[in-house]
Design a protein around this ligand. Structure first.
Ligand code: CAA
Length: 296
């Protein structure tokens, strides 16, 4: 497999394009907005610079990787030669279904259609295509160049051959594939999001402050980031969307999102992407401080 198309040039899409071109694939990155594609190329170049500085990538390998990366706003043209498409658009069911209908129409018949969805049913996505056995979840973790896991989600009809191919492709990216079945939140988010939600309840009920909750989980459990910091990093809107999928999918009130999370998303406080969530983050200075509503 050589030709991979990535749909969506946001945080996950640019990370996925980064690793595919780094490991020798020819990558076509597709987004509806040309400005997002420009930003993605800048981000990938910057993250590769970081790898060059750290010595994990040579300057020549960086140039070669970037030369294998092209972009387009035309989805039909972008997937016409693809052997694998990895969709990483916004986490919205209707949008994903519309994209998969288009992918099914324009991608070659043998092309595998993967989604980086963090919680939407692969079986549902596959059902809008004429090739459900070739549809699979390929769930990367943020930051994609750093995190080792690819959670591979088998939809109801995904074939053994396609699951094996995608596990093999993940290994070529020096990732470790873990195969799971298609139930709400799969494994990663079924466990992660209730923990984040509980951290938000703990804050909401005044049990402890933002920094204290995060310190407990970092120092006590060895997590690299506390749950509130991680929520900002993932995006509070994304956390809320995943909790809603869990809540609706299982019909169990234990997954109901904390009202504080709902309020913050409604107020546009989305975490790092909007500059403020539980923390205020400054992209320029890279400083992170507790946001004013949570200061003591
Ligand atoms: N691209 C390339 N390299 C990157 C990078 C990027 N975007 N971000 C960080 N790095 C590298 C750094 O250069 C550094 O490299 P070395 O080890 O070679 O020095 C290394 O990663 C660590 O980075 P930093 O020193 O800047 O910072 P850190 O030690 O605090 O680590 C972190 C940052 C890797 C993000 C770490 O805090 C961490 O692992 N956090 C948890 C992340 C996590 O849980 N991700 C999953 C989120 S859930 C998800 O994605 C799925 C979903 O569906 C919601």
């Amino acid at each position: 497999m050589k030709n991979v198309t990535v749909i969506g040039a946001g945080t996950m899409g640019n990370g996925i394009a980064h690793v595919f071109c780094q490991y020798g694939y020819h990558v076509n990155l597709v987004d509806v907005q040309a400005a997002s594609l420009e930003r993605a190329i800048q981000t990938i170049s910057r993250n590769m610079d970081r790898q060059v500085t750290k010595g994990s990538l040579t300057a020549e390998a960086r140039e070669a990787a970037l030369s294998r990366l092209v972009t387009t706003t035309d989805l039909a043209a972008g997937v016409s030669q693809a052997e694998l498409v990895v969709e990483a658009a916004t986490e919205n069911v209707e949008l994903k279904l519309a994209i998969f209908r288009q992918l099914d129409e324009h991608a070659p018949a043998a092309c595998i259609l993967a989604s980086n969805t963090s919680s939407i049913s692969l079986t549902r996505i596959a059902a809008v295509t004429g090739r459900p056995e070739q549809v699979i979840g390929m769930h990367f973790m943020n930051p994609v160049p750093v995190m080792k896991l690819v959670e591979i989600i088998r939809g109801y009809s995904t074939s053994d051959a396609v699951a094996a191919t995608i596990a093999g492709v993940s290994r070529t990216l020096e990732k470790i594939p873990v195969e799971v079945n298609d139930y709400p939140g799969f494994v990663a988010n079924r466990i992660l999001m209730p923990m984040i939600n509980e951290a938000i309840w703990t804050l909401h009920e005044g049990v402890a402050g933002v920094a204290e909750i995060d310190e407990v989980m970092k120092l006590g459990m060895g997590h690299p980031m506390g749950p509130l910091r991680l929520a900002d990093f993932i995006g509070l809107d994304v956390c809320l969307a995943i909790l809603r999928v869990l809540h609706e999918g299982f019909g169990n009130p234990k997954y109901a999102p904390c009202p504080l999370l709902v309020n913050m998303v409604t107020a546009g406080k989305l975490g790092d992407k909007s500059g403020e969530g539980f923390y205020v983050s400054d992209r320029e200075t890279r400083s992170i401080t507790v946001a004013s509503p949570f200061r003591k």
